[in-house]
Design a protein around this ligand. Structure first.
Ligand code: ADP
Length: 476
């Protein structure tokens, strides 16, 4: 089986979120299972210099982006068993950030056409072309409606993975001729039109052979009005080809027994290193170094999606209890300011770090007791899995991937790997946090059992990879 995985970001080269992690991990795991797999992404300026030095030039050609003729260089690098292709164009990709430019529509129109035109030139024509999010979602549509004359491409089957439905790629009708050199026929007949825009995601949903999301619960939720971001009707229509496959985490990078960011290593058999990390975290955060107080950690983008309006509302109440709160994150300036102000008022209990810092993130996963993640919606979420792997029990809103990966504490059976709430209200979140704090402070034997349960879970990519393989096989 030959797979081409197309994504706008891919770890370890550059990433802004979960998509980059998946593009990094899934192809590697597929390759271990004997699949011939390549990944294609833009040659972004952000790429680490060490990798830039290693890439080789393969060839170049011109891609028509509407009336424009644009240079397209193909670079490549092989890491392990995976071949990586990079689409190079200085004008589109040599910018400080990956996204957020006025011409993102044009940049990713170029990218998608370049991918298609690259395949026969580098002689990598896959059985399955796996596209991800809106930046590559037009490819199944383009293969059928624009490039159908290329005989060699006709047998290609496509899979679209939706990592976050919020971002759909909505552009003016004129992009069809202006960027893709196509007529507006499929817009005018309503196929890829949505709310007076060309909608890349809608095109992908309708034209891909299979659609997946990154957790089974999110696959259900996006078919409802509440979470469908307007496309729920289309997703309900196409739900026979929709399924959810939960992401894994990199169990080697996220291993408390070997993590290079941690001064003290530990495992579920010997948790003494976790206590040492907690002491160090308290010291670094200028909090009293107490073993008996529960440390509640947060590592996140500070956005509405992640539910921080609930946290801002309840934080001062929470700090009336015997707890410590450590937050690391960047995002919405209003959240940054609100947290910073509360942090300044409670320096003995609350440490706010408005920063992106991988080392501190790992220390928070390791040195906290509770990990707070009350997302309003969550396609999958990785942080809660990392927290469990480090023996830090997550408190989550039971939604999307959080529902699929965290087993909420059951006080009758004492089973669970964390704590969950359904009703998305500040008061309810607070009650759940207090339930966790109470168990930590007053019922340590049950707490310890939950920590063991959490650390015993297998969040590796292998299981999910097997499900992807079944899916690929089902359309070949
Ligand atoms: P999303 O991709 O929606 O932001 P995920 O939970 O899937 O959320 O993944 C977020 C990843 O980014 C986690 O690995 C988390 O540790 C990391 N992360 C988020 N914010 C920060 C930060 N400020 N510093 C370091 N790592 C961060």
């Amino acid at each position: 089986m030959k797979i081409l995985f197309a994504a706008s970001e891919c770890a370890p080269f550059f990433k802004t979120g979960g998509l980059g992690d998946v593009a990094g991990a899934l192809p590697k795991t597929l390759a271990k299972e004997g699949v011939e797999v390549a990944v294609v992404m833009p040659y972004f300026k952000k790429m680490n210099e060490a990798y830039k030095e290693k890439v080789e030039d393969v060839l170049n050609f011109e891609v028509k982006v509407g009336w424009r003729s644009q240079y397209c260089g193909i670079k490549t690098l092989k890491l392990g068993d995976v071949r990586y292709y990079f689409i190079d164009n200085l004008y589109y990709f040599n910018r400080d950030q990956l996204y957020g430019y006025y011409d993102d529509g044009e940049r990713f129109a170029f990218f998608q056409q370049a991918i298609i035109e690259m395949m026969e030139r580098v002689d990598f024509i896959p059985d399955i072309l796996h596209v991800n999010d809106y930046h590559t979602a037009m490819i199944p549509f383009l293969l059928r409606e624009k490039y159908h004359w290329i005989e060699a491409y006709r047998p290609i089957k496509t899979v679209l993975t939706i990592h976050n439905l919020e971002f759909q790629g909505k552009f003016n009708r004129s992009v069809l001729s202006d960027l893709f050199g196509m007529s507006a026929e499929r817009y005018d007949d309503g196929t890829i039109e949505f709310e007076n825009c060309v909608n890349f995601m809608k095109a992908g949903i309708l034209y891909a052979n299979k659609i997946t999301t990154v957790s089974p619960s999110y696959a259900q939720e996006i078919q409802t009005r509440e979470f469908g971001c307007g496309l729920d009707v289309i997703l309900r229509m196409e739900n026979s080809k929709l399924s959810g496959i939960v992401n894994g985490i990199d169990m080697e990078v996220n291993n408390p027994a070997t993590d290079s960011h941690l001064p003290h290593h530990y495992s579920k058999e010997d948790l003494s290193g976790k206590a040492e990390n907690k002491r160090l975290l308290q010291e670094k955060m200028h909090l009293p170094q107490r073993e008996d107080v529960p440390v509640i950690g947060v590592v996140s983008r500070l956005t509405y999606q992640k539910g921080f309006h609930l946290v801002v509302e309840e934080l001062e109440n929470l700090l009336q209890f015997d707890v410590q709160f450590v937050l690391l994150g960047t995002g919405d300036p209003r959240f940054e300011a609100a947290f910073s102000q509360i942090g300044a008022r409670y320096p003995e209990k609350c440490a706010i770090n408005i920063d992106f810092n991988l080392g501190l993130a790992q220390l928070i996963y390791a040195g906290s007791d509770i990990f707070l993640m009350p997302s309003a919606f969550e396609p999958c979420g990785l942080s809660q899995m990392v927290a469990m792997r480090y023996g830090t029990l997550p408190v989550v809103h039971e939604i999307g991937g959080l529902k699929d990966t965290v087993v909420p504490y059951n006080p009758i059976t004492n089973e669970g790997t964390g704590f969950g709430f359904n009703d998305f209200r500040p008061f309810i979140m607070m009650q759940t946090l207090l339930q966790a704090v109470d168990l930590y402070a007053n019922h340590r034997q049950y707490w310890d059992q939950l920590v063991q349960n959490a650390m015993s879970r297998d969040f590796s990519w292998r299981q999910s990879c097997m499900v992807y393989l079944q899916l690929y096989n089902s359309i070949l």
